[in-house]
Ligand binder design. Structure first.
Ligand code: GLA
Length: 451
């Protein structure tokens, strides 16, 4: 199936299905709340989130979808078709190439693993030609390697790729998936009436809770609702963070800067207005979709940008790449321990603190992002999102950190550690004294420690 078919399917669904309007006033009230981010972090961790101790940091791993999509022709494409070989090889490489040690702890099957029909018992089964050993054996293979088994299904009648969905068989299917040993379930939302998503995702969450197995639950519900789920946030936000550990609400990532920058731009806009930021925290993460680092569509600078900003956004980090083909430079980005530990910090996701476009010069387009870390330091990314000129000298203004709870003034002193060079910057700075050149379409990333 062509890539376009997925987009068409989603937008088609959005047009034909109506979504409930009853929560609009709740939504407006919600937006009016102007709590400090520190307070919001507490609210997020106390009154929201699936409180079962799972996904206290954003999940990390490898997921087949973006790189391997739905190729089922194993004769023509033996190395890249959706088959047990693909996932066993990914498991081996995750270990041998050092990704597991760096924190990428799961391998996730995505769409197109099943047969088109249930078996005689009414159960789902893996395609026997492509998964001859069966999914229990595949799960065992991963577990023996110390890797978790990530899994995919759909809350509707069919998956987005047209394979079997769970609708009408929630208990039966979860029982089956548990018997295969899954540790993570990405539950997509194609071929489902939006009006039924609340009840259906809640029911699956309860079945997972009662399953006796720890399974991280990734929900796609808001990705199917108008305006990325924001128009309905009173209901969606509260419910999601109670029943899911992580969720997608934005478009599918593709291997291009156009796609990756659209995701960054979504999370960079008018921060306090993005309701989804406000419920992020341990057990409750916004998934910005897979990393494209290591593929073909991004320059090294763009790869650095995606990785640094996914750390600020506290997004799950899922590689979707051929692990035999990652260049040493891209691998160094993906295994940068200090940036990974920012991503894994058990704190609310960060926000854009300032966005300066064309002011005072038409080629200047720069942003400052910040995330308050639980050790009292701040992760900061300075982004030059312009695409003209060799570089822009970006001035960091420490007083911007007040937006994420820091007690700072324009006179505050601080030190900087550069996470891409892995070195402390010499000296102590005051106010907006720290200036760094940032290449076009690139970032620099720092830890700011207040003096
Ligand atoms: C949707 C999801 C993708 C992928 C495909 C599979 O588009 O957003 O991440 O799982 O379905 O068909």
């Amino acid at each position: 199936m062509e890539r376009g078919a997925w987009s068409l399917e989603k937008s088609h669904l959005q047009k034909i299905l109506t979504f409930p309007l009853k929560y609009h006033s709740t939504n407006r009230n919600f937006r009016r709340m102007k709590l400090s981010s520190a307070l919001l972090a507490i609210v997020a961790s106390l009154s929201y989130a699936k409180k079962d101790g799972q996904a206290l940091s954003p999940p990390m791993g490898w997921m087949s979808w973006q790189r391997y999509v739905c190729e089922t022709d194993c004769e023509t494409y033996p190395d890249s078709c959706i088959s047990e070989n693909l996932y066993m090889k990914a498991t081996d490489l995750l270990v041998s190439e050092g990704y597991l040690d760096a924190g990428y702890s799961q391998v996730s099957i995505d769409d197109c693993w099943s047969t088109q029909e249930r078996d005689d018992n009414g159960d789902q089964q893996a395609n026997p030609d492509r998964f001859p050993s069966g999914l229990k054996a595949l799960g065992d293979y991963m577990h023996n390697a110390g890797v978790k088994f990530g899994f995919y299904s759909d809350i509707g009648t069919h998956t987005c790729g047209g394979y079997l969905g769970m609708k009408g068989n929630f208990q039966r299917d979860i029982d089956k998936f548990v018997s295969w040993g899954i540790d993570y379930l990405k539950l997509d939302g194609c071929y489902e009436d939006i009006a039924e998503m609340h009840d259906d995702y809640t029911e699956v969450s309860k079945i997972l809770d009662a399953s006796g197995r720890d399974i991280v639950f990734s929900c796609s519900w808001p990705a199917y609702v108008n305006n990325h789920g924001e128009d309905n946030d009173g209901e969606i936000l509260q419910t999601l963070s109670e029943i899911c550990h992580t969720w997608r609400n934005f478009d599918d990532v593709a291997d291009s800067w156009n796609s990756v920058s659209s995701i960054i731009d979504y999370w960079a806009r008018n921060t306090t207005d993005i309701p989804f930021v406000q419920v992020s925290g341990p057990g409750s993460w916004n998934d910005a979709d897979m990393l494209m680092v290591g593929n073909n569509g991004l320059s090294l600078s763009e790869e650095r940008t995606q990785f640094a900003l996914y750390a600020i956004f506290a997004s799950p980090l899922f590689l979707s790449t051929d692990l035999t083909k990652v260049s040493p430079e891209s691998k160094a980005i993906l295994q940068n321990r200090e940036i990974i530990s920012v991503n894994q910090d058990q704190s609310q996701q960060g926000i854009v603190l300032s966005d300066i476009s064309n002011d005072p010069d038409w080629w200047v387009n720069v942003r400052t992002f910040g995330r308050a870390l639980s050790d009292g330091t701040y992760a900061v990314v300075l982004q030059n999102y312009g695409n003209m000129g060799p570089y822009v000298n970006i001035k960091f203004d420490v007083s911007l950190l007040s937006q994420i709870g820091a007690s700072v003034t324009t006179e505050s002193q601080y030190t900087m550690r550069n996470l891409y060079t892995g070195k402390d910057v010499e000296g102590t700075f005051t106010g907006d004294e720290f200036v760094v050149p940032v290449e076009s379409s690139s970032v620099e990333m720092f830890i700011v420690t207040l003096a």
